[in-house]
Design a binder for this molecule. Structure first.
Ligand code: GLC
Length: 427
């Protein structure tokens, strides 16, 4: 570790730019389909004009460094998407009058309704609510959103834990938010590898799934087993959400804390029992009803570090054997989405699909806090230092080349403003 902290001048420039992105990406209006007012931060004005579920949850955390009122607004708007059965879609298309490109087959989205998708994303929202409570102590705000978040968690449990083992499944790659991660290549029949473009293979895979799911209920889709991943990142966030709900319920005197806590521990135990590889010292996703471990090394394999009750010795192995391994994840600008040791590692984005090597801010943000809570304060500080340096070079972009810090993908990307939280934590 260099021992130096975040460079104050770089931090100032990056923070100014991040605040500018949060302000210019804000979208406000009244939807013409349900008359609801919307007011949220879109992920990118040029690339992602709508409201996305986990993006908004991250935006709310970044907005706490700007104005807690806006952080609350972001989640209030998101929770307007909650359906009577608990389901919440991964995209809310508040205003569809522009952006026709999103309604072509190339966009690869599946709508359940003209204005929201039939796809989920990880329930980061519970962690965002916890952070808002920690910053504001606004119990009334927690009470307002809590029932809809619990209802979504119960939906996940009811509809997506088909084998009742405490792990929920995603039924297409977009549902983890890790769209074209190479860990899904076998199931998606993506054969091409860098330097070729993997987008055509991936799109064909998506449309195959959409065809199979067409006209089926969520319950029926989950039982088809054409693509079912018990994804370690998704389940870590799911466990973390039950943990956050238990803590919030205790803090403000709501019922259910013990049950939520049990659910948290049950999912953590299932991750240890089914996904942990004691020989390699990391976690693997499970594919299909047979629960085959998918041995493609991505940041997901380290993700349970996010959970405070992960066994200390397991946490130490994740950090010392993998996160700090220069052949895998400890590159110049960590943490790459795919380990450098994988044949699919594509730092320069030659494959034109996402999550195949570049570094993303939401991953660094989660693992930064995971490192801190497991006592790796110096590693966390160094990760924050390199993250700020990367963004000082590359701008507020969607993702970054882990070798050069070149910014890639969408410009003015919303959750890359999570750096505001890292800077505040390092102050
Ligand atoms: C990309 C990301 C996904 C994100 C979306 C909007 O598809 O892979 O995780 O939610 O963009 O930013």
């Amino acid at each position: 570790m260099s021992g130096e902290g975040v460079d104050p001048e770089a931090a100032r420039r990056v923070a100014d730019e991040a605040r500018r992105v949060l302000a210019t990406n804000r979208r406000q209006g009244v939807s013409d389909w349900n008359g609801m007012r919307y007011d949220f931060v879109c992920p990118s004005p040029t690339h992602y004009p709508f409201q996305w579920f986990w993006d908004s949850s991250f935006h709310a955390i970044a907005l706490l460094q700007v104005d807690a009122g806006l952080a609350k607004q972001e989640l209030r708007c998101l929770m307007q998407g909650a359906q009577p059965d608990g389901y919440i879609a991964h995209m809310l298309l508040w205003d569809t009058s522009s952006n026709p490109e999103w309604f072509t087959p190339e966009a690869c989205i599946r709508l359940d309704h003209p204005h929201f998708t039939g796809t989920i994303q990880p329930p980061v929202v519970a962690r965002s609510l916890e952070r808002i409570y920690d910053a504001t102590h606004d119990a009334a705000f927690v009470r307002e959103l809590f029932p809809r978040i619990v209802a979504f968690m119960r939906w996940l449990d009811r509809v997506r834990d088909v084998d009742r083992d405490g792990l929920v499944t995603i039924i297409q790659p977009d549902e983890s938010g890790l769209d074209a991660s190479p860990k899904y290549d076998r199931e998606m029949q993506v054969r091409s590898q860098p330097p070729s473009d993997t987008l055509p293979d991936w799109r064909r895979g998506m449309h195959r799934l959409f065809d199979v799911y067409a006209k089926k209920t969520h319950e029926e889709q989950a039982k088809l087993d054409v693509f079912s991943f018990e994804d370690v990142m998704m389940n870590t966030i799911y466990a973390d959400a039950w943990r956050a709900l238990a803590r919030l319920a205790r803090a403000i005197g709501l019922e259910g804390a013990d049950e939520y806590e049990q659910r948290y521990r049950r999912t953590l135990d299932a991750l240890m029992a089914k996904c942990w590889d004691d020989r390699r010292g990391l976690f693997w996703d499970l594919s299909g009803a047979r629960e085959d471990q998918v041995r493609v090394l991505t940041f997901t394999s380290l993700f349970p570090l996010v959970l405070p009750d992960l066994d200390r010795a397991v946490a130490a192995r994740l950090v010392n054997e993998h996160l700090l391994n220069e052949q895998e994840f400890w590159l110049t600008y960590p943490i790459p989405s795919v380990a450098a040791s994988e044949p699919s590692f594509d730092p320069g984005w030659l494959t034109k699909t996402t999550w195949r090597g570049p570094t993303w801010l939401n991953v660094n943000w989660y693992l930064y806090w995971g490192l801190r809570q497991h006592g790796f304060r110096d590693v966390a500080r160094e990760l924050a230092r390199r993250t700020v340096e990367m963004q000082a070079k590359g701008g507020i972009r969607e993702f970054y080349d882990p070798l050069t810090a070149a910014g890639q993908g969408a410009t003015s990307f919303g959750w890359s403003t999570l750096v505001l939280d890292l800077i505040a934590a390092e102050r």
